[in-house]
Every structure is written in structure tokens, then in C-alpha cells.
Design a protein around this ligand. Structure first.
Ligand code: HDE
Length: 695
């Protein structure tokens, strides 16, 4: 290695400037080599700075413009690359390239987000999560831009700006950030009874997902598949997490926000780093017009689901996220998801919420990314068939801000006959392979009305609440009490309660009791409220997708000076053996001496790694260390929170005084070390009534 140090006068002889064979030479954006990146150009050593300093001006000028507008919704997000693999061919139902052959892989880029908070807000507010997947198919990009909840607040896209204005921070005061617990949100909700079903989901544990890998995803709207014969089949899309559904407790989620605002982003990065790739099955609900007409609700109404028990979800593929982006801005921030970007074989239904979205997303990219050429950014550029031909897109659209392509020739119109003269003629339409819209019969008067079939706003809200496990029902009731307690205008609370009475009398009574208010009259309903058959698939707690496992989960191992070496080693091995990720936590992060005189380095320090950040907890202290730590608030809180958040706690005999101090009472989740690894695979819902009062 050659290291030639260049010293400039006035830098105190410091060795900032080096030319080193291992480093390329630093240049300006126009390619000029830079000799000094530490000092502005001045007239004299102490003298005024000179305007002619292009090296400085260019650098600051670029920096001043580094930010682009954040997304108006879903600003806070994290993403990863991966692939989709078709596990069952749908060739008879759709010509969509990615579903043709079992085993066929398609690259994807998937972004998860919260809705209400700004780009710098925390990962864990109570909020809906976006679940947006860009499939780079060989017939162009298909963006399936969904959420982790299968329904939405409103039925018509024209209400979206009102919904979002009401949900985000209040216009005059600029708060609250990333929270729905405030007047304007609940005011809007109280006046918009169609939101009641979504509100049930929003107040449930679904809006407190443990990690992205533990969430379901939904396309929400009814879409169409179109096959070779031009036949259309309605389809609803579902992502089912292979890691199982898992949520946090409200108190836990609030503490995570303080302990690690990037908790879910970090989890995504770390999972991928250690090879615990997040995976989902892709499922479809397929149906025809006749089936749709047989339902007591409208499949074009995005406030409705088709319960899985009524129409099973057929698994047709899996998605694996195995590569974290190289650069957050270039990829995650500049990714433009556009629901109108579909590929041959996929089409839209007349859902007025979906139809409204088809305009909004391209439009928003123009102010966010600033140019009609946003499709040329590497993360947005199509791949596949066209890429094989040397270019991700081929047409006669030209120019515009930041045009990166250099189209050759003069064929900037179509059709043209320039090929006859041996000139480049450009691309031509293809009636066979090109996208064909399903020719559905449409007619009617021009009207601004909502169909009668959209009138029932309560039956599915009731269905959702009654399908939940009692532990989750208590969370919904308590969340409503919490949120409505933050509402300062009493008439808004009354209006919400009037709507809730149409959902479930027990729920309404519990919430009213939690708010110490009288139950108002139920609000009028536009359609009879039905008692639908409960759907166990909607549960997380004790539901079919709550997985008891250590795979992909983190076990916090709390140890300190003098911890038994054998206990330490065997616990780590047992956690790893069960597919878990052991995270060792000690009062000091550096060298920790163990019982046999050896030392180990802790992964994290007690204050920086509260137990909310791990899925299960083990305490393996020596008697002396435990005697000291019972007087340490952070240690007591570590155990107390683990217990309060219904986590398994494994411990050795010497750690018992700390558990006693933290108020841990014996139950199935509090075990010795031998039983711990099995116990650590789940939460202990029966403990909850013992540790907190719920509505
Ligand atoms: Fe969005 N939504 N949305 N949305 N949405 C945006 O587009 C909009 C809706 C969803 O990771 C914006 O690029 C309207 C439903 C996700 O980049 C914007 C309506 C669902 C993301 C927009 C809806 C979603 C967005 C803002 C009412 C679930 C983030 C930035 C009809 C099916 C994608 C952007 C990403 C983002 C408009 C309702 C999901 C303004 C008008 C329903 C996951 O265009």
C-alpha cells in the first residue's frame, strides 16, 4: 500500500489527505479530482471565503437538496428485496406470467410502512401497516399495494384526503405524531359509520404487529384474473406469514417506541443478515359473479371481507425476502408503488376505492420524485422480457425532467415506416401479447351515489369482534377506552359510542364503563345488522396462525459477573437448537467474567436492551450478582415487564430473588432452565387478567 501524505499549511500537519492505491480519487460531480476535502478556499489562512470555490459550493448545494418530499401517507417504511416462487400453476385462470409454472421465480421488492406518521416517526404506533409488493415480472412490473388489514376505512376514494387529514397531526397544533388518539380522527370516524369494521381491526392487536415477518398482508380490493380465453375470475389476495401471526401488548409497544424507535426496521435488517429470511405464502380467494351475487354484502365494497371459512384461501406461491437494500434512499425511499401498474392477466374490479387509487399513485410520484421519468430509477425500472432486449421499456414517450435514456434515431412516433429505409423504427403494439382489458359490460346513468349494496356498516364489524379470542376482545375494548379518553370533545365520544352499540352490546357496555359514561342511544342503521357465523381465521390469539415456535424469535439471556459457564453455554445452545436467536444481556457490555474464570462479551447492555425488545426472557445470575441487581431498577423492570407482557421467563435458582422483587408469580410460563426453551415458544394469555385491568 502506498500512502503519500500531502500536508497543507494550516491544517496543523494533520494527515487528512492521503492518496492510497486502495481508494479511488475523490472527485466533484463533474469529475474533477479534489485535492482538499477539509478546508474551504480562502483569501489567506484566516481570510474570507471565496465564492469561486466550486468544490465547496457543489458539495453544499447537493446536500441542501438531498431530501425529497416524504410520502403523504405511508412515509415511514422499510423494505427488502427477494423473490416470489409459484408453488401452484394458475395457468388456466390467468395469463399473468408469474403464475404460469410451478417453481418459477420472479424478483420482488417489498416495502412495509405505517400510515400516519412522518418518515422519522417510530416503527410501533398503533397504526395500519402498508404491505406493498413490486413484482418484476417478464411482462412488466405488477405492484400489489396492500395493507396488513383486509378492509379499509372508507368505501369511496373521494373521502381519502378527509380521512388522512383527520388522522394525521392536527392542522393548527402539529400533533399528535403517528397517533389516532385525538379529536379530529375520532370526529371523522364518528361521522363515517362505514369505517366501523376497519375501526375494530385498528383497535385490535393487528395494528401492533411484533415484526413485519409476523404480519398478514391483503390486497384488500377485489381484482380480476384473466385467462387465455379472455375469461375473468374475481380474486382477493392474501399474504400468510410463515413465521406465524404475532403482536405486542399495548404497554410493550409504547415502551418499544422509546427503547428502539427503529425496532421493526432493525428486525428486518437483522433477520436478513442472519439468514432468518421473512417468508409468506401467497393465497388467493377465487370466485365468479354468481358467487359474488350470493353474498349478503358487495365484493366491490372495500369495507367487507369474504371470510376464509366461506371461501377458502388457496395457496399458490411463496415470497422470500433475502436481501436488504444497499441504499435506503435510492431504493426504499425512491420506490414508487402504483396499483394501476398491472400486467397481462390481472385486471381491476369496479370497487370505487380501487378505481380512485388508480389515479392517485402515479400522480403523487410526480410531486414526490419530481419527474414523469420516475420509472427509470433503478428500483422502479421494469426487468424481465424487455430487459433481455436491452431496455426495460420500449415506446415513443420522450424527454421530460431527468431523462436518463438516450433514444437513438428519429422514430419518436408510432406507427412509422422507417424500418423500410433501414432506420431504427422503434417498438410496435402487439395485439396478441399486449395487455387486454376485460371487456365487462358497463352501463348506467351518471350518478354521485353509493349503491344500496354498500349500506350495511355493522354486520362485519360485529363478525370481527365476535370472532376474536376473549383476550383480544379485551384489548379492543381497552384500546377504544384509551383512544376515546384522549378525545377532548365529549360529543365525539358519544357519537362513537352510538355507533359501537350497533356492533356489540357487550363491547359498547365495557367501553362506556371504562370511560365512566352513560350509553347513548344506538345510531340509526341503513341496513339490518346481521349475526354472521364467526370466523376463527380472524383471531391472532389462540387462532390458526398463532405459531408456537422459537424460529426467527429472539431470546434475551440476562447474565452478569459470576454466571455459571455451563448454564450460559447450554442455554445458548438450546435456544439455537430450537431455531431461536439468543441475545446476551449484561449490566456491562464489555468483558463479563463467568464462574470458571473465563470471560465473555455481552451482546447488549441492560439499560439499552429492555425486555420489550426480545420475545422470551431467561435470567441466569449468580447469587452474588442477583443480590446486587435486586437493587437495580433496570434489572427489576426487565423482569417485571417480561412478566407483564406475558412472556416466558426461564431462570436458575439463584435468580429467584430478582423474580420475587419484580412480582413474578408462578405460572406455566415461569420455568426452570430445563423447561424454558419449550415454554419460550409462546405468550401466556391467561396471565393477563392477573397483571392488568382491561375493559
Ligand atoms: Fe394508498 N396511497 N391510498 N392505500 N397506499 C399511497 O402513494 C391512496 C389505500 C397503500 O410503500 C400514496 O406512493 C388513495 C388502500 C400503501 O410506497 C398515495 C386511497 C390501501 C402505500 C395513496 C388509498 C393502500 C400507499 C402515498 C383511497 C391498501 C405505500 C405515497 C382510495 C389496499 C406504498 C404513494 C409504498 C401510498 C393514495 C387507500 C395502501 C397518496 C387515494 C385501500 C401500502 O398515492
Amino acid at each position: 500500500m502506498t500512502d503519500t501524505t500531502l500536508r497543507t499549511p494550516g491544517n496543523g500537519g494533520e494527515t487528512h489527505q492521503t492518496t492510497d492505491a486502495d481508494h479511488p480519487v475523490l472527485t466533484t460531480n463533474h469529475g474533477m479530482p479534489i485535492s482538499d476535502n477539509q478546508n474551504q478556499l480562502k483569501a489567506g489562512a484566516r481570510g474570507p471565503v471565496l465564492l469561486e470555490d466550486e468544490v465547496y459550493r457543489e458539495k453544499i448545494n447537493h446536500f441542501d437538496h438531498e431530501r425529497i418530499p416524504e410520502r403523504i401517507v405511508h412515509a415511514r417504511g422499510s423494505a427488502a428485496h427477494g423473490y416470489f416462487e409459484c408453488t401452484e400453476s394458475l395457468a388456466d385462470i390467468t395469463v399473468a406470467d408469474l403464475f404460469q409454472k410451478k417453481g418459477q421465480r420472479t424478483e420482488v421488492f417489498t416495502r412495509f410502512s405505517t400510515v400516519a406518521g412522518g418518515a422519522g416517526s417510530v416503527d410501533t404506533p398503533r397504526d395500519v401497516r402498508g404491505f406493498a409488493v413490486k413484482f418484476y415480472t417478464s411482462d412488466g412490473n405488477w405492484d400489489l399495494v396492500g395493507n396488513n388489514i383486509p378492509v379499509f376505512f372508507i368505501q369511496d376514494a373521494i373521502k381519502f384526503p378527509d380521512l388522512i387529514h383527520a388522522a394525521k397531526m392536527e392542522a393548527d397544533r402539529g400533533y399528535p405524531q403517528a397517533a389516532t388518539a385525538h379529536d379530529t380522527f375520532w370526529d371523522f370516524i364518528s361521522l363515517m359509520p362505514e369505517s366501523t369494521h376497519m375501526i375494530m381491526w385498528a383497535m385490535s392487536d393487528r395494528t401492533l404487529p411484533r415484526t413485519f415477518a409476523n404480519m398478514e398482508g391483503f390486497g384488500v380490493h377485489t381484482f380480476r384474473f384473466i385467462n387465455k380465453e379472455g375469461k375473468s375470475t374475481f380474486v382477493k389476495f392474501h399474504w400468510k406469514p410463515r413465521a406465524g401471526l404475532a403482536s405486542t401488548i399495548w404497554d410493550e409497544t409504547v415502551k418499544i417506541a422509546g427503547a428502539d424507535p427503529d425496532f421493526q426496521r432493525r428486525d428486518l435488517f437483522e433477520r436478513i443478515e442472519r439468514g432468518d429470511y421473512p417468508e409468506w405464502d401467497l393465497g388467493v380467494q377465487l370466485f365468479d359473479e354468481e358467487f359474488a351475487n350470493s353474498l349478503p354484502y358487495d365484493v366491490l365494497d372495500a369495507t367487507k371481507i369474504i371470510p376464509e371459512e366461506v371461501l377458502p384461501v388457496k395457496i399458490v406461491g411463496k415470497m422470500v425476502l433475502d436481501r436488504y437494500p444497499d441504499n435506503f434512499f435510492a431504493e426504499t425511499e425512491q420506490a414508487a408503488f402504483v396499483p394501476s401498474h398491472v400486467v397481462p392477466g390481472i385486471g381491476f374490479s369496479n370497487d370505487p376505492l380501487l378505481q380512485g387509487r388508480l389515479f392517485s399513485y402515479t400522480d403523487t410520484q410526480l410531486s414526490r420524485l419530481g419527474s414523469v421519468n420516475f420509472h427509470q430509477l433503478p428500483i422502479n425500472a421494469a426487468k424481465g422480457r424487455a430487459e433481455a432486449a436491452g431496455c426495460p421499456f420500449m415506446n415513443q414517450q420522450r424527454d421530460g425532467h431527468m431523462q436518463m435514456a438516450v433514444p437513438k434515431g428519429r422514430a419518436n412516433y408510432e406507427p412509422n415506416s422507417l424500418a423500410k429505409a433501414g432506420e431504427q423504427a422503434g417498438a410496435r403494439e402487439d395485439p396478441d401479447k399486449g395487455y387486454k382489458t376485460f371487456p365487462s359490460e358497463e352501463q348506467g346513468q351518471k350518478l354521485r351515489i353509493r349503491p344500496e349494496s354498500f349500506a350495511d356498516h355493522y354486520s362485519q364489524a360485529r363478525l370481527f369482534f365476535r370472532s376474536l379470542d376473549p383476550a383480544e376482545q379485551a384489548h379492543v375494548a381497552s384500546a377504544l377506552v384509551f383512544e376515546l379518553s384522549k378525545v377532548s370533545l365529549p360529543h365525539i365520544r358519544v357519537a362513537v359510542m352510538a355507533n359501537l352499540r350497533n356492533v356489540d352490546e357487550d363491547l359498547a357496555t365495557r367501553v362506556a364503563d371504562g370511560l365512566a359514561m352513560d350509553l347513548p342511544e344506538a345510531s340509526p342503521t341503513a341496513a339490518p345488522v346481521l349475526d354472521m357465523e364467526p370466523s376463527p381465521a380472524l383471531r391472532i390469539v389462540r387462532g390458526p396462525r398463532e405459531k408456537h415456535t422459537l424460529e426467527g424469535r429472539t431470546v434475551g439471556i440476562f447474565f452478569a459477573d459470576g454466571t455459571d459457564r455451563e448454564e450460559y453455554d447450554s442455554l445458548i445452545a438450546a435456544v439455537k437448537g430450537a431455531g431461536g436467536h439468543p441475545l446476551t444481556i449484561a449490566p456491562k457490555v464489555g468483558k463479563v467474567p463467568l464462574s470458571d474464570g473465563s470471560t465473555v462479551t455481552a451482546d447488549a447492555q441492560l439499560f439499552g436492551q429492555p425486555s420489550v425488545t426480545v420475545d422470551a426472557c431467561a435470567v441466569i445470575l449468580s447469587a452474588e450478582a442477583c443480590a446486587k441487581l435486586v437493587k437495580e431498577g433496570a434489572a427489576v423492570q426487565w423482569v417485571m415487564d417480561a412478566f407483564g407482557h406475558l412472556k416466558a421467563i426461564g431462570h436458575n435458582a439463584d435468580s429467584k430473588p430478582l423474580l420475587d422483587k419484580a412480582g413474578v408469580e408462578p405460572d406455566a410460563g415461569v420455568t426452570d432452565l430445563e423447561l424454558f426453551v419449550d415454554a419460550a415458544k409462546q405468550r401466556y394469555w391467561d396471565r393477563e387478567p392477573k397483571v392488568r385491568t382491561l375493559a
